[in-house]
Design a protein around this ligand. Sequence first.
Ligand code: SUG
Length: 449
Amino acid sequence: MAVREVNFDGIVGPTHNYAGLSFGNLASTLHEKKVSSPRRAALQGLEKMKFVSELGVPQGVLPPLRRPHIGFLKQLGFRGSVAEIIQFVGETDPRLLAASYSSSNMWTANAATVSPSSDCADGRLHLTPANLASGLHRSIETADTLAVLRAIFHDSTKFAVHDPLPCNFAMSDEGAANHTRLCDGYGSPGIEVFVFGRSELDKSCPAPVRFPARQTLEASRAIARVHQLKPQSTFFIQQNPAAIDAGVFHNDVVSVGNGNFLMYHETAFLGGELAVADLCQSIRRLQGWELSSMGFSEQDLPLKEAVSSYLFNSQLISRESGDMTLVCPLEVKQVQNAFRCTQRILDADNPVTAVEFLDLRQSMNNGGGPACLRLRVVMTEEELASVHPGVLFSDTLYARLRDWVNRNYRDELSPDDLHDPVLVGEVDTAFNELQAILELPPSVFRMGI
Ligand code: SUG
């Protein structure tokens, strides 16, 4: 049976803005209070989906979550009409208002951790929404994301969509951004690699000192149990705390893997090259295939430039032929060392035979590259056939979404614009139309109210 990887990209929401909410994410801090363009951001995202689907890879969409999250503000004790709440919170606590308006759900690599059915003991495909406990603006995504995933992956004979882990410091979980599945073919059982930044209970694990480690070992282990993964095919590797302190807030900022290929910066993992060598050896012993890995040193690409170019946040796409295309953000072309690395990848003996560059600047300004914008779901044809069809990408859906964005999204949004209740009315109109386009249940789009 054919098994494919389907990329579910987040549609950028109409309130995409730069509020500087993510401590430890250098791009987010750098662009705080800058004027964003929700329209350009959403169109850039749609172009990427079209590009990837034209490579022959099935593509899906995840809807944005309706923002501002008035329910969240009410839960915090604010009372009155929507306009009154927005005005009051805007005057008294603008950062709280910004959190309620956040469009960070566009980075669907953080929506959930996904394990394909061939890895899970009960033969179902498992998804667990991330609790995103380490950031206020992100933690309020989880309930809505759960509803979206349950609506899309609704067939419980094929899919298990779990509740998120308890939302607390010890179980802090950031989803697929710290999880990579390596395999000898999408249809074969894979090796699931969880990368954690700290341990709550094992105090011998080092931790970063400057910026937060968002993923805990305990959360990663819990997800592996919930997904019924085979312990011998599951690896837990610690992220290098020094890299987190240099702005690597998720592991997908310094490594990316697909199929039998892994590329990474030498500072990605605690234990460095030894950690990767160990992984290669275990794969050989357990599953009898060779992991093709390519590490880049500080000399090849200083970590600072890995973070500014987002080379490792590129998407590795398997084409029908078995060859891979590396889909990079445009910034990689502009950072000489990063561009040189792409040429080395092409020259070396590995499955990558093409490198492409896409303009995703609106998302990059908040620390989200091509890989952040997509949730990978490896599925059999049968599983794919039971996914809610309204979210599967096609030329028609692309054209409808483009038109919808052009009619409903502002070209510019400044932090001050969030104080204007008129924006809420515009968002309402946009979401009502989107519900009809994607044919998802209205309850999914009432979320956040
Ligand atoms: O969680 N940025 C996101 C970026 C997430 C990128 N995802 C992956 N690496 N997979 C974050 O830090 C910025 C919000 C703001 O500043 O307005 C933000 O949330």
